[in-house]
Structure formats: C-alpha cells, structure tokens
Design a protein. Structure first.
Length: 177
C-alpha cells in the first residue's frame, strides 16, 4: 500500500502543478482580453475623430496659422538685421581698399613737431597693426598734409614698404611751403 500512496502523492503534485499553470493561462487570457478591449475602444475613438471632417479642428488650424505668421515675422526681422549689418560692413570697407580703417594720424596740421635728416621738418608716426604705407599717406592727406609714399621712403632709409614693423616710429616729412 505504500507504493500506491506514493503514486497518489506524485499524481496529486502533478495535478496541482497543472492547475497552477491552467490558472496562470486563464489570468493571462483575461489580461489579453482587457488589452484588446482598450485597443478596440481607442480605434473607435480615432474613427469618430477622423470622420468629423479634415481631421483638424478650426482651432488647430488657427494655432498653426499663428505659428507660421510668427515664424515669418521673425524671418523678416532677421533679414532686416542682416541687411543693416551688411550695410555697416560696406561703409567700413569703403574707407580704405583693404577694408581696414586708416590709421589716425597723430600730428596736428598747425606746425611740424620734429625734424628729420638734413633738418627737414615733419612728423613722427608710430606704425600700428594693419598699417600700410598707402593708408598712412591717406591719413596724413586727410589732415591736409600732402605727402607721398616716395617722400616717406626717402625720409626713412631702410624702411621696407612691404614689411612695416608695428611699434616702429617713422618720420613723415612736411610739405615744402
């Protein structure tokens, strides 16, 4: 009788295990049914919305139109700002061919402040970054001092017009009167 009891006990364990698995399947099926019902409900709601016309309400279209107008307004403001900046750059570039601001001539036009080689009257000028000999000549001419690049080169032996050294002081001869 002990063997039959052991078999009954083993069978009972298998039956209990099968019942547990069966209950798990029933629970999973119920969960799937709930999910399926929710998806069906969502589909019905989407159909109801889409059958109402073009799919977007008048309010949605109005909001979209306002957003497009705002974007276009910002685009026009940016365009105007860019044009102003380009105009500023054009004015700066018109001052000298290289696009650099000509140097501010340090002398006054009233009287020459120094004398160069041979007792010549003129002005001392310290070369600044971005200076060219032509820009220096133009700056002095703007102050009413008529000088040429040749005159500056003659007054400053060893000066290389193509390689001006920043910080070096050169002599600008005053025009003969």
């Amino acid at each position: 009788m002990g063997v039959a009891c052991a078999q009954d006990s083993g069978m009972q364990q298998q039956i209990d295990q099968l019942r547990g698995q069966l209950q798990d399947l029933i629970d999973a099926q119920a969960l799937q049914a709930k999910r399926l019902d929710a998806v069906e409900q969502e589909i019905r709601e989407l159909r109801d919305k889409s059958s109402g016309g073009a799919g977007a309400s008048a309010e949605d279209l109005q909001k979209l139109a306002e957003q497009v107008q705002e974007i276009d307004k910002k685009r026009q403001e940016d365009r105007a700002l860019i044009l102003k900046e380009i105009e500023k750059l054009g004015k700066i570039g018109a001052g000298s061919p290289s696009g650099r601001k000509p140097p501010a001539a340090s002398p006054t036009t009233e009287s020459p402040g120094s004398t160069g080689a041979g007792g010549q009257k003129g002005y001392d000028y310290t070369i600044q970054r971005g200076d060219t000999l032509l820009a220096i000549v133009r700056a002095y001419r703007d102050k009413g001092i008529k000088v040429t690049t040749d005159q500056i080169l003659k007054a400053n032996p060893g000066l290389d017009a193509k390689n001006l050294i920043v910080g070096k002081t050169i002599f600008i001869p005053a025009p003969a009167q």
